[in-house]
Design a protein around this ligand. Structure first.
Ligand SMILES: [Ca+2]
Length: 360
């Protein structure tokens, strides 16, 4: 041990050593965690386009998917069932406009919302629905959402010209929204991006496992309390839906990615902001027959409108989910999105198999 300097007593020196040691013991675990997270994220970028999202490694494991506590309105979340998954990598954020622009710049890809439909392919569709466009949310006053049928919700308006480049319709753009999640895409658009990026869409089971961030059977991806310490934990709707959003969380509409705290795996916005498209077809009763090992969804999609195209799973809820009506920013919430439909409340993020070579 260092000899006491002039004017410094042995007890003073001992105190200094204790303080130094305590500081190291307190700081070291945080530093190690930060270094590991950084290393994992950086490793995942090897061989991938640097314009794409960083990824974090989600370890193999088993978890309880869904819930036995689902009420009648959310029966599709039941029953709770045990699922085992291999490890994989997942994008830290939802795919952003900047990342999607890198894809279209490189490939010339044109999204479904940017194309007109053929009257020959869709002979029963009204002419206004054959124009390229997306379903956009519009505020509606004097509506009780509980009394609206699910098939024709009055706050959804097909808007010709709306697309990921024009998210509020013609006349709007994404210049100031490059770090917002990309929206107004169909499932096929999301799949095309994932393939180009050397990634894929997550299965629904992978999505929920990752969203839980290592927590077990919690109602939300951050715990059991909706607002711990009074804090709004994700971007959703506050106020009277679908009439007035008070934006108590700071955002009336979509927020830039990473605007709220990450979950236990370092993933941002696994609740709220935009719904995230998964690989699986959607069936409300699938959990009754879902296998334990790496479930990949039913063979065909739920088709309540009889379109013949079916629905895929979306997860996580969005900026439109309010506490009183929808509450679908819970960890187990799930619903379907028609395969040919693009909207301004759904986006996606990608995953990659653990064994995928770095050079694809
Ligand atoms: Ca909000």
């Amino acid at each position: 041990m260092t000899a006491p300097r002039e004017g410094q007593s042995a007890s003073q020196l001992a105190r200094r050593w204790i303080i130094t040691l305590a500081t190291i013991l307190i700081v070291a675990p945080f530093a190690a965690f930060a270094w590991k997270t950084h290393r994992d994220a950086e490793v995942s970028r090897a061989g991938l386009d640097p314009r794409l999202a960083l990824m974090v490694r989600i370890p193999a494991g088993e978890f309880s998917m869904g819930t036995d506590k689902a009420d009648e309105k959310h029966a599709e979340e039941a029953p709770g069932h045990s699922v085992h998954l291999k490890g994989f990598w997942m994008d830290v954020t939802e795919v952003t406009n900047a990342q999607f622009a890198a894809f279209t710049d490189a490939t010339g890809f044109v999204t479904d919302a940017e194309k007109d439909l053929s009257a020959r392919d869709f002979p029963n569709a009204p002419p206004e629905y054959l124009k390229g466009g997306s379903l956009l949310f519009k505020k509606v006053a004097g509506v009780n959402p509980f009394q609206c049928g699910v098939g024709n919700l009055p706050w959804w308006k097909f808007t010709a010209g709306a697309s990921w480049r024009h998210p509020e319709g013609l006349g709007s753009d994404i210049k100031e929204r490059m770090n917002h999640p990309v929206i107004c895409l169909t499932y096929k658009d999301a799949q095309a991006f994932a393939k180009w990026a050397g990634k894929r869409l997550p299965t629904e089971a992978e999505w929920e496992y990752a969203a839980r961030g290592g927590l077990k059977n919690k109602a939300y991806v951050w715990g059991d309390e909706e607002r711990p310490g009074g804090k709004v934990m994700c971007n959703h709707w506050q106020g009277k839906f679908p009439e007035r959003d008070t934006a108590e969380d700071g955002f009336a509409g979509i927020a830039p990615v990473k605007s709220f705290p990450a979950n236990g795996y370092g993933l941002y916005d696994m609740a709220g902001n935009v719904w995230e498209m998964c690989e699986d077809w959607y069936q409300p009763t699938y959990y009754r027959v879902s296998p334990k090992d790496a479930p990949s969804g039913p063979a065909i999609g739920h088709d309540p409108e009889g379109t013949g195209y079916g629905q895929h799973v979306i997860r996580g809820g969005s900026w439109l989910c309010d506490e009183g009506y929808c509450l679908r920013y819970r960890a187990t919430a799930r619903q379907g999105l028609d395969t040919l439909t693009s909207t301004n409340h759904a986006g996606f993020r990608c995953v990659r198999d653990e064994a995928t070579p770095a050079n694809k």
